[in-house]
Write a protein that binds this ligand. Structure first.
Ligand code: SER
Length: 313
């Protein structure tokens, strides 16, 4: 991995991944963005940026050629809940966009990382310690595009030798760029409300377990997988990875250790709750651990301390 293009560089993952790759001293790390979501501050100042609309294959090819890009991080997506209000757009970005990325990668010899998600699973999937290779039958457009994206990425590897690799991210928690329109967003919002001194109104019912991960671990996963020895990879698109299986009360209690008068109440969002209920309680990430040495570093308490201290700043 030398010169990198990040598509969706100003989103929840992209902002931090772009800076992390630049800080680690990779070659050119190009921040791809769409008009209206321009990079700012350090993201803008620390390296090159370019307009890259994933639905425009020509724009992707131009930047890849100009900067001699060898690795593309394709982070453009609508998250699960918002995709249900705009399923056609979710398909256009998730599938037509991925097709464009894979075609450019085929022509220019790039490796591709496209995040997958716990959203690939559905009601018929085993809920606890969900295996790597199991039923994927989502009933959301987000999940449909993620399953199809995994299959298409594997196809390009098998058929054309395009070096595609991916992980199924759980809910990602960070204090830098908020997610937007996801089912797991509550696990980020709860920290913001705690620090603001507000009561948190939780859209997901107590007792609803989903896997979560601190962004620092997620960034390491996205980088380590692309640097992994390909001869060890039995799987490619996409590896189960996880850090912790959490429900709202667990996060709430963890925050209360530092902000004792913090309060939570519940006003369930039926759309998000139905999606959450269809997703696993916890994933089995043995394959990622064995094939490329995946290991999370942040547990709930370490994450809570880090989130609260940064948000208080
Ligand atoms: N965080 C995503 C969402 O909630 C899942 O991958 O949509």
């Amino acid at each position: 991995m030398n010169n990198v293009l990040i598509i969706g560089s100003t989103g929840q993952i992209g902002t931090e991944l772009t800076l992390e790759l630049r800080d680690r001293g990779f070659g050119k790390v190009v921040a791809g963005y769409i008009p209206g979501a321009e990079p700012k501050d350090r993201l803008l100042e620390s390296g090159p940026s370019a307009v890259v609309d994933i639905t425009e294959a020509g724009q992707i090819a131009e930047v890849v050629s100009k900067y001699k890009v060898d690795t593309i991080y394709n982070l453009a997506a609508l998250l699960s809940a918002v995709a249900e209000s705009k399923p056609q757009l979710a398909w256009k970005i998730g599938m037509d966009g991925l097709f464009n990325v894979l075609e450019v990668a085929r022509q220019y010899g790039c490796a591709v990382f496209t995040p997958s998600s716990i959203g690939v699973f559905g009601d018929n999937t085993p809920k606890d310690k969900t295996p790597q290779d199991t039923i994927r039958n989502p009933r959301t457009m987000y999940g449909v595009t993620k399953v199809a994206g995994e299959l298409l990425s594997d196809y390009y590897y098998i058929r054309y030798g395009v070096d595609t690799r991916s992980v199924r991210f759980p809910g990602l928690i960070s204090y830098v760029t908020p997610p937007g329109g996801g089912t797991t967003d509550y696990a980020v919002d709860i920290y913001y409300e705690a620090v603001r001194g507000n009561t948190f109104v939780c859209p997901i019912a107590a007792g609803t377990f989903m896997d979560m991960m601190y962004m620092r671990d997620a960034l390491r996963a996205a980088i380590d997988l692309m640097l992994a020895d390909p001869s060890r990879l039995i799987h490619r698109n996409a590896f189960n990875i996880t850090s912790m299986s959490l429900e709202p009360e667990t996060i709430y209690r963890s925050i209360c250790r530092y902000i004792p008068d913090f309060r939570i109440e519940y006003r369930i969002d039926p759309l998000r709750q139905a999606i959450a209920d269809s997703w696993p309680n916890s994933l089995d990430d043995t394959c990622a651990r064995e094939e490329w040495g995946w290991k999370p570093l942040f547990d709930l308490d370490a994450m809570t301390q880090d989130m609260l201290s940064h948000l208080k700043e």
